[in-house]
Design a binder for this molecule. Sequence first.
Ligand code: ZN
Ligand code: ZN
Length: 125
Amino acid sequence: MQRQTLQRVAIEAAFKDAKRPLAPVEVLEAARADVPTLNLATVYRTLKRMIQDHFIHPVELPGESARYELQAAANQHHHHFRCRKCDLVYDLEGCVDGLQSLLPEGFRMTGHDIVIYGDCTACNT
Ligand SMILES: [Zn+2]
Ligand SMILES: [Zn+2]
């Protein structure tokens, strides 16, 4: 396989294995297991191409640089948990009811975003 293809395959595998949003540095760490010569510049370039290909989607948390998740995951309505100790971000399944009831009379909700902060299992023990 071409070097470029190997890199892309390793990066795609990193996302599939992680099953949660990854920062570029996390992508680098995971994909380096398969392609030891990989560097951050190549990761950024590959991520950009994968966004254009609709393979991954940016996850923007307030005040943070983007993480990325599989487009297939992004297509399912879900929210995120960010560990305040290790900075890892996890997917949360499902949503909450009753958000419309928070709005003042006459307001209409057209979307929402929820981020829960706390300690993950690894940091909590
Ligand atoms: Zn943690
Ligand atoms: Zn929701």
